[in-house]
Write a protein that binds this ligand. Structure first.
Ligand code: CO
Length: 291
């Protein structure tokens, strides 16, 4: 990795860490969900950086991939467990980081994903396997009486790419990717009071472009024009600011030009916590960019 790329990762990380901390501090019972999302996202732009994906704010049994819709009227409620997952990019180099705000009484659940993340980070160095990181994550979460979410994983990062090898499991597996110097990846343990598996809801607010096809419908062309600058990174339906775009989006999903990311949730009524950092593997350990 050259110095310029390292600097982009580092600067994106410092910025993401600060904006995530501030965003977490802004969450309170009765506060507007939409206002929080818009405030956090605009802070990223105001700093001259860009979003790697829409701010994910997922409540309670929802583990990931929820964000505000246009005119979203939700407010944070007493008892909510709120996951904030922020992606900042500079020239496509991504810092992906998440934290949990507990508006109820779930300190151990929050501690479980936080300590799982720290335990995994301590193990990162060249030669260790992704499976060994999963063992550490699973141990921290299960020893506190919760389930790690087995079908969500950490993931490698590259310029304009959010998900690539290595996959970092949240449960112990034998083997898995061998960690090498220079790798960049995010580790993101989820701890759940539910089943430890997520399924897809019907709600979809986040999309990315996965294909190129000739498109004739004007609204669809207009939408793809807007999406082009994302270079494959996810965007929010809300960013399109035009209800007419809903039909265009549906058509583009059907023709496999766009991909939708449904909200992912564990069983109804349970609570899920999450913590995430992005790191760069060094000769003898790693540098966490998002502290
Ligand atoms: Co991530």
């Amino acid at each position: 990795m050259n110095d310029e790329i390292f600097t982009h990762y580092r600067d994106a990380g410092i910025l993401a860490a600060k904006i995530l901390r501030d965003g977490a501090r802004d969450i309170r019972v009765g506060g507007s969900y939409l206002e929080l999302v818009e405030t956090v996202e605009s802070r990223v732009m105001d700093e001259g950086a860009d979003l790697a994906f829409p701010l994910n704010v997922s409540l309670n049994e929802d583990a990931a991939h929820d964000t505000a819709s246009t005119g979203d009227e939700r407010v944070f409620a007493n008892g909510d467990v709120v996951k904030l997952d922020l992606g900042v990019q500079i020239d496509g180099y991504i810092a992906d980081t998440a934290t949990t705000v507990d508006l109820g009484d779930n300190p151990l659940l929050v501690e479980a994903s936080r300590e799982a993340l720290e335990a995994a980070i301590k193990k990162v160095r060249p030669g260790v396997t992704a499976g060994e990181l999963g063992v550490a994550i699973q141990h921290e979460i299960e020893s506190r009486g919760f389930h790690p979410v087995a079908n969500l994983t950490g993931h490698g990062l590259d310029q304009y790419i959010i998900h690539q090898a290595p996959t970092i499991p949240n449960v112990g597996i034998t083997g898995g990717a061998v960690i090498k110097e220079g790798m960049v990846f995010a580790i993101e343990p989820f701890a759940s009071t539910g089943s430890g598996r997520v399924g897809e809801r019907t709600r979809v607010e986040i999309y990315s472009q996965i294909g190129i096809k000739p498109v004739r419908i004007p609204s669809a062309r207009q939408l793809l024009e807007k999406v082009r600058s994302r270079r494959g990174l996810p965007f929010a339906r809300r960013w399109m600011q035009n209800k007419k775009m809903d039909l265009a989006i549906a058509g583009l999903v059907r023709s496999q030009v766009l991909w939708g990311y449904p909200v992912l949730s564990d069983i109804a009524g349970c609570r899920v916590s999450q913590h995430e950092h992005t790191l760069i593997v060094t000769e003898d350990g790693c540098i966490v960019t998002t502290r």
